[in-house]
Design a protein. Structure first.
Length: 81
């Protein structure tokens, strides 16, 4: 049996993959490109909650931001899968 080291990075990845919200975000982005605000409405999440999951997915290289724009002084990221 091979046991892989469980580092801080692998803990983050494991937590991400077991997050129902992160999985829902990935599934929604599989269908088409959506802005953070569009994702927020589609998934019924507050924008700050969604941003937390987007940041985690970005850090793990599961998604990429294709464009950034500002709307009424609010940062909106547009993820690209």
């Amino acid at each position: 049996m091979l046991v892989l080291p469980f580092s801080g990075e692998s803990k983050k990845l494991t937590r991400l993959l077991f997050s129902e919200t992160s999985i829902r975000v990935l599934e929604a982005l599989e269908e088409n490109y959506l802005s953070a605000s569009e994702l927020s409405v589609r998934l019924g999440l507050r924008l700050n909650t969604l941003q937390y999951h987007l940041d985690s997915l970005l850090e793990a290289d599961f998604i990429r931001v294709s464009r950034v724009k500002w709307r009424r002084t609010r940062f909106i990221s547009i993820p690209q899968t």
